[in-house]
Ligand binder design. Structure first.
Ligand code: GLU
Length: 420
């Protein structure tokens, strides 16, 4: 099944607009504002890759390091046909804010390769990843930039990245990536951390709005690493997942889909298509279903001016990065829908990445309970800091999260000064 090839556009414009809005809100120093509008460094490389049929395919790989003032750059690597320099730049900028919102000592980075991983064999993916990693050796590392999984990359890809980097250095460097297999220093709890973090903020947001979690109807767009884990964990909390979708379409069941069975089905069949526990619906129908919580957990620009007027959720919790265009966000907020922004909602992944990095640097590993407990502390504290700020500033949660983040980054920039 090929991915949906309607590529998101103008994502960088959205990210810059959000920064400009936050700058006005917190009266950001113009020098700091100017610095933050540009990434610190952008690297584009060609990745010659031997394919299974003997051909040489030359892919394009990108790594953007947006900001390093609070610590090394941190962020995922995505493999997708829609990857562009602008998209990766926006995603890197969002990582800077995300790390600042949850107050972990990192700046933001992101990477990607323009490719169609669904149509590549494991060997082709490995060849491509290893060549990309060797092109990145000079600019990544535990002290400067630490990649992690993102769309269509997983612990296997992180293992190849870590191994290639380590082979070039001549010794093992587990802390160069996070989201790696447990056998080489990965953290317990990392695989489901983004989904678990979304559950914590959804629970807090429902409480804020006086809506019981028990029986809350939840709709999830995207049933991958993030949406799939979120659906499982939110069901455990007593909510009812009435619809989910992936690139093959959606499934609806007013009584709640059996998420455990659906997850087992997708492990076998990769996609949700053909599962018999619900009625088929389109992705567009899914986005406008009546529910308490809508979680877009796939790609950018899913909620737009076209569908935002018809969204019938009480809460929109952004599991993906940038799923709502700025105009759609304004429509949702004007319609009284409570929007929990991506940089807060999906920060659980990078938070446990930080835990993985800390454990790796100390060679001292925590139990899964310890990881999950610390994740809950971070997410709940961040949610209430942002919510408190939105009450003080009388603004929505996105502006408030941006205000908290931009102020933290600005404080670091001012404390360091501009070199030379
Ligand atoms: N790709 C994830 C994100 O967008 C995780 C990044 C990380 O763990 O560094 O937040």
């Amino acid at each position: 099944m090929a991915a949906d090839l309607t590529c998101p556009t103008n994502v960088l414009e959205s990210a810059l607009q959000q920064l400009d809005d936050a700058a006005a809100l917190v009266d950001l120093h113009p020098d700091v504002h100017a610095k933050l509008r540009k990434p610190r460094r952008t690297l584009t490389v060609s990745i010659p890759t031997r394919m299974d049929d003997g051909r040489l395919e030359v892919f394009t790989g990108i790594r953007v390091q947006h900001n390093m003032d609070r610590g090394p750059c941190k962020g995922g690597m995505r493999y997708h046909p829609c990857v562009t320099v602008d998209e990766v730049t926006a995603l890197a900028m969002w990582m800077t804010w995300k790390c600042a919102v949850v107050n972990i000592p990192y700046g933001g980075g992101k990477g990607g390769v323009i490719c169609e991983p669904m149509q590549m064999s494991e060997r082709e993916l490995e060849n491509m990843t290893r060549r990309f990693a060797s092109e990145l050796v000079e600019i990544i590392g535990p002290e400067q930039d630490i990649p992690a999984p993102d769309v269509n990359t997983d612990e296997r890809v992180m293992g190849w990245l870590m191994d290639t980097y380590s082979m070039q250095k001549g010794y093992s460097v587990p802390a160069v990536v996070t989201g790696k297999p447990i056998a080489i220093g990965g953290s317990l709890g990392r695989a489901k951390a983004t989904g678990r973090g979304i559950v914590f903020v959804t629970r807090e947001a429902l409480r804020t709005r006086g809506i019981p979690v028990e029986g809350a109807r939840v709709v999830v767009q995207g049933f991958g690493k993030v949406g799939g884990a979120f659906a499982e964990l939110v069901e455990e909390l007593g909510a009812k997942v009435i619809a989910v979708s992936d690139v093959t379409g959606g499934l609806f069941n007013a009584n709640g889909l059996p998420i455990g069975e659906l997850s087992a089905y997708t492990k076998q069949n990769r996609f949700i298509e053909g599962f018999e526990g619900g009625e088929p619906i389109t992705n567009e129908e899914l986005l406008t279903l009546e529910c308490e919580v809508l979680v877009p957990a796939a790609l950018e620009n899913v909620l737009t001016v076209a569908n935002a007027p018809h969204v019938s959720a009480k809460l929109v919790v952004e599991g993906a990065n940038g799923p709502t265009t700025p105009e759609a966000g304004r429509i949702l907020i004007d319609r009284g829908i409570f929007l929990v922004p991506d940089i807060l909602a999906n920060a659980g992944g990078v938070t446990v990445s930080y835990f993985e990095w800390c454990q790796g640097l100390q060679m001292l590993f925590w139990t899964e309970e310890e990881v999950n407990r610390r994740l809950e502390d971070v997410m709940v504290r961040a949610y209430h800091e942002v919510h408190g700020r939105s009450c003080d500033l009388q603004t929505d949660m996105r502006n408030a999260a941006m205000a908290v983040a931009v102020e933290r980054v600005a404080e670091a920039i001012m404390a360091r000064g501009i070199y030379p």
